[in-house]
Design a protein around this ligand. Structure first.
Ligand SMILES: [Mg+2]
Length: 184
């Protein structure tokens, strides 16, 4: 089974926008994010995005628009010589009480099953405590980054295992941790 690094999308991989991102033209990779993804994949990790997209449930964007946004993101990454191994999204609103909306771990569990991932050797990187809680509940090592909201959204007070300024630093930490533990 492969190890994975799960990434929240907004505020971790791409710039956090005001309101709901509903336009592929506004997709903007954060500095160093593509290189970090490439390094993690080169080290053997599956890199998988897990993103809450309640904007779909609220009717702010369609699944077609989201697909176009993710196609644009894939294009930007391929220009930098890398890609995601998967993108999972939750289209529900909090009122739907689904098992996939973070802080629930459903997207990580589903990815693990579909992609053959070992959650206990995997990582979750996010900019909100709801990301951290989802990672913890899935049994992953969790890293909070400061490039997005950089902390609590009031819905979870989960403590991360580590805090880093951005995804590039999180990749450094993950790769150093892997080297220190040998090839686990
Ligand atoms: Mg985020």
């Amino acid at each position: 089974m492969r190890k994975a690094v799960f990434l929240d999308r907004d505020g971790v991989v791409i710039k956090q926008v005001e309101g709901y991102l509903d336009d592929p033209g506004r997709v903007e990779l954060l500095p160093g994010a593509a290189a970090a993804i490439r390094r993690l994949r080169d080290a053997g990790f599956a890199v998988v995005v897990v993103t809450n997209q309640a904007g779909i449930g609220y009717g702010h964007l369609t699944e077609e628009t989201l697909a176009a946004i993710h196609a644009r993101l894939a294009e930007e990454l391929s220009r930098e010589g890398t890609k995601f191994d998967g993108i999972y999204y939750c289209p529900h609103t909090p009122r739907d009480n689904c098992p996939c909306r973070k802080p629930a771990p459903g997207m990580l569990m589903r990815a693990a099953e579909e992609l053959g991932l070992d959650l206990s050797r995997s990582y979750m990187v996010g900019d909100m405590t709801t990301d951290i809680e989802a990672g913890k509940r899935a049994g992953c090592f969790t890293v909070l980054v400061r490039t997005g909201f950089g902390g609590s959204d009031g819905r979870s007070d989960s403590e991360p295992d580590a805090v880093c300024p951005d995804l590039a630093a999180a990749a450094d930490l993950i790769l150093a941790r892997e080297r220190a533990s040998g090839d686990r």
